[in-house]
Design a protein around this ligand. Sequence first.
Ligand code: DAH
Length: 330
Amino acid sequence: MAAAASAQAVEEVRIKYLGRKGSITTLAKNTDFSKLSPDEKRDFGKQLNELKTLATEQIGAAAAAAKSSGGGAAAKKGPAVDLTLPGTGHSLGSLHPITLVQMELEDIFQGMGFMVLTGPDVETEHYNFDALNIPGDHPARDMQDTFWLKNGMLLKTHTSANQVRTLERFGAPLRAIFPGRCFRYEAMDPSHETTFYQCEGLVVDRDISVANLIAVMKALLGEIFHRDVTVRLRPGYFPFVEPGFELDLQCLLCGGEKCSTCGDGWIELIPCGLVHPRVLEFGGIDTNEYSGFAFGLGLTRLAMMKYGIHDIRRLNAGDIRFCEQFPAAV
Ligand code: DAH
């Protein structure tokens, strides 16, 4: 057995002992059991079986070894695997650009003591509109048409829908942001989608003024763009804030000198304002004691600006090749 290096040599050994005319087979065949005493019969039978089992096992093992090493002489040439071939790679995947910007915002606001909260996508008319001072006959509803469900609920049109929910749940004082998905009934084009993301912010405390709002916005923009930025406030109308503003960022490309990206030196970025007392009241807040500010950052818009994405429709297209282009800062 030790000399049988190839599968063929092992087979020869098998035939020699266990084949039809092999010595072990013959031994069993040629023995006249009738001449043996019962004791001898039992001993001989037992030994014969043991011998057969031993031979079968050893020959089987030798055959398997000869086969796995490629068989005899061939085994000496080396393994049958080419170790220089490249391995099978596994791709690691990547984060969506909106997720990247959202994570960055969450980090910045958590550093300023804000909670990060989310609310439902399927919302009641109350939280999405009425509690934000937008009753059924208000013209502001026209700008935010959405998908209505048969049971009267709707897909939320803005993250502002989380404001009153959060006031009811946590009361004042409060600092929170609500990043989330929003839905509108839109004709799609490079800058309009039926599904997009916003990040709402809400601060309610004693003596909150426009100065607090500006300070937080400047800190936020400075951190996102990694430099000191100049902002300006223009009046803007939203039923749930009073006064309401559009916060513009002085163009970072031309420094306010006017260029083809900004036109007039400013980029419209964050609608915001001081929370309307009626909204605070809907949330059960005592308006004699507390006031607040809120803002609604377009997360999708910010991601498009930050990464130079020219068509909003790419963001929901589910093309992995698109997502893979954005290096994670995590
Ligand atoms: N929810 C508004 C929208 O989607 C944006 C907005 C404006 C949010 C002013 C605010 C705010 O919190 O104060 O058009």
